[in-house]
Design a protein around this ligand. Structure first.
Ligand SMILES: Cc1cc2nc3c(=O)[nH]c(=O)nc-3n(C[C@H](O)[C@H](O)[C@H](O)COP(=O)(O)OP(=O)(O)OC[C@H]3O[C@@H](n4cnc5c(N)ncnc54)[C@H](O)[C@@H]3O)c2cc1C
Length: 403
């Protein structure tokens, strides 16, 4: 095979477009052909949607396809699969798991959700109590058989749409909390999976409670070694922060966009004091956007690091400040709310609705994917090298911890 450089990728992208002209091809068929041509995520291995090419060259493919009007998948609908499940499966999955799951995930045929948080395990996720007990199994390490899972998860975004879930569960309560966890892929259509909507402050039910009662997961759907689940989960969590805080945006593509447009189009709403605040937030939003771009370039040559936590922090703070300013700018109009219907949305679209929605939805930004307080701890410890929080549960069996 020729070395994969920008010119080679451009050539392959043009071959794809010639063989599957977007105007005459069903969007789903185009996406499948794109995956099979290795042009989905070019840094993934050949045969799994990539070509082992440098990650930084993805932009060459994306630009060619965008210019030709080719359809793309919708990261807002399949964000958990793309941003969290895929890098974890790539890092820890067996060849069979990679072949089975990555293509339908990237194409969007199969939506994923994340069964991590529990009523008693959010920020302290490693305290989780959902149990997985092995039944059957043979071989030196007891491979094979099924795992029987019981427990409750909460805040599970998109569980009502999901075909598959990434799940962490406790497999050895006699070990300290970080060591007795194992990582699984859970079939959301399996008997015993009960998904119940949770209505949130916006009126919508984006997320759910999920009750797991005697859910059977084949050992072939374990991701990583038994007891290694925390290590696997850390890969997911690092990728989660990057994907929440670091989505690629054009200038004014985030929440700063609608408020800037209102400012330009409605001079009667302007005041000097709001002007100063808007300008300061506009600059900060642009700095955050460019920082995200730099982080993506760093990712192209390595793995996501704690910088993603910093970006997610500023994304949450800015969204809350900008949406608050937008409500103030609009005055009485800002207090109106467009739609209180209880819905279970397929997409979370921060900018597509009214100011009131943005204001309420942005409250969740400092909680989802790790709270801002906990991310500040991570930045303090891993970026600034400050002493870690005191921990008295490090060497204590999970079953002996106070709950
Ligand atoms: C919109 C949304 C979508 C979500 N989607 C998912 C999903 O799809 N899947 C999933 O598994 N989870 C999901 N979550 C859950 C989310 O990850 C948790 O809510 C989050 O990790 C916080 O956990 P908690 O709610 O249990 O709060 P707690 O951990 O109980 O925290 C309560 C408060 O204490 C603070 N606190 C806790 N520990 C510390 C500490 N060490 N230092 C300083 N302050 C601390 C927190 O910052 C917070 O202010 C979602 C949440 C939201 C809001």
């Amino acid at each position: 095979m020729n070395a994969i450089d920008a010119a080679e990728l451009r050539r392959r992208t043009r071959d794809l477009l010639a063989a599957h002209p977007p105007a005459d091809t069903e969007p789903a068929d185009f996406l499948k052909a794109r995956f099979d041509a290795g042009l989905a995520w070019v840094h993934f291995p050949a045969g799994l949607g990539g070509l082992d090419a440098p990650r930084s060259l993805q932009s060459v493919v994306d630009a060619e396809l965008a210019a030709s009007g080719a359809p793309d998948n919708d990261p807002r609908r399949i964000g958990i699969g793309l941003g969290m499940a895929a890098p974890t499966i790539l890092g820890f999955g067996t060849d069979e798991q990679k072949r089975r799951f990555l293509r339908p995930l990237w194409v969007g045929d199969e939506v994923w959700c994340q069964l991590f948080s529990e009523p008693g395990a959010g920020s302290d996720l490693a305290a989780l109590g959902t149990r997985a007990v092995r039944e059957g199994g043979s071989g030196a390490n007891g491979e094979g058989g099924d795992w029987i899972v019981n427990g409750q998860k909460v805040w599970t975004s998109s569980a009502h749409l999901a075909r598959w879930a990434i799940l962490i569960a406790r497999t050895d309560p006699a070990l300290p909390k970080h060591r007795g966890i194992t990582y699984f892929i859970c079939d959301m259509t399996a008997p015993g999976v009960d998904v119940r909507p949770l209505r949130q402050i916006t009126g919508e039910a984006e997320f759910n409670e999920v009750f797991l009662t005697d859910v059977r997961i084949p050992d072939a759907h374990r991701l990583g070694a038994v007891g290694d689940g925390w290590k696997v989960a850390r890969t997911t969590l690092m990728n989660e922060r990057v994907s929440i805080g670091g989505a690629r945006l054009p200038r004014e593509g985030g929440m700063i966009g609608p408020v800037s447009r209102t400012w330009r189009e409605r001079p009667e709403l302007r005041t000097h004091q709001l002007h100063q605040r808007l300008l300061a937030l506009w600059v900060e939003a642009e700095v955050a956007r460019l920082t995200g771009e730099r982080l993506r370039q760093q990712l192209a040559v390595g793995r996501p690091g704690p910088e993603g936590s910093g970006l997610k922090l500023s994304f949450a703070r800015l969204n809350q400040e900008i949406s608050g300013l937008e409500v103030e700018l609009l005055g009485d109009e800002g207090l109106l709310y467009d739609d209180w219907t209880m819905r279970r949305p397929e997409l979370v679209d921060f900018t597509g609705r009214e100011a009131g929605y943005r204001y309420l939805r942005s409250k969740g930004n400092s909680i989802e994917g790790g709270t801002s307080e906990v991310l500040l701890n991570i930045v303090a410890e891993r970026v600034l090298g400050l002493p870690a929080e005191p921990r008295d549960d490090k060497d204590v069996a999970w079953k002996d911890l106070a709950r």
